[in-house]
Design a protein. Structure first.
Length: 138
């Protein structure tokens, strides 16, 4: 398929969602260890990863955290594990992993279901600036 460096994790995100785009920019800001790469769910690379993982995007249309050769996480677990990777105060996110996944995902799904209504939607996928381009799988 294509090579992803062993020390990287890929965040697949909805690139037409304003909330998701803002979250990606925040992850880039807090990713001091340079762990994360990004791919839009709608992109060629995103679709290849989704196909490889055999994920039904009709059920998961927001965030997927993929650690090549290890595992992938979805919804609230993915979001929390991204925050935990930041380290420091973000390690407190471990507490939320103690909550039942069904409860966490219900809250996540409620936000995801309303994200376009609350935060808006772009007509086109986000195009990263030249400075950020290295963080995106093209």
């Amino acid at each position: 398929m294509f090579d992803i460096p062993k020390n990287k994790k890929v965040i697949l995100f909805d690139s037409v969602c304003n909330l998701c785009n803002s979250a990606v920019l925040k992850v880039i800001q807090f990713d001091k260890k340079n762990v994360f790469l990004f791919a839009a769910l709608q992109s060629k690379k995103g679709k290849q990863i989704i196909k490889q993982l055999n994920i039904d995007v009709a059920k998961i249309d927001s965030i997927i955290l993929y650690e090549p050769g290890i595992s992938y996480e979805i919804k609230s677990t993915a979001a929390l594990k991204v925050m935990i990777d930041f380290g420091g105060i973000w390690n407190l996110s471990h507490v939320f992993l103690l909550l039942p996944e069904g409860f966490r995902d219900a809250v996540y799904d409620f936000i995801a279901k309303n994200r376009y209504k609350w935060f808006g939607k772009k007509d086109n996928c986000m195009i990263p600036s030249p400075e950020l381009n290295a963080k995106f799988l093209n």
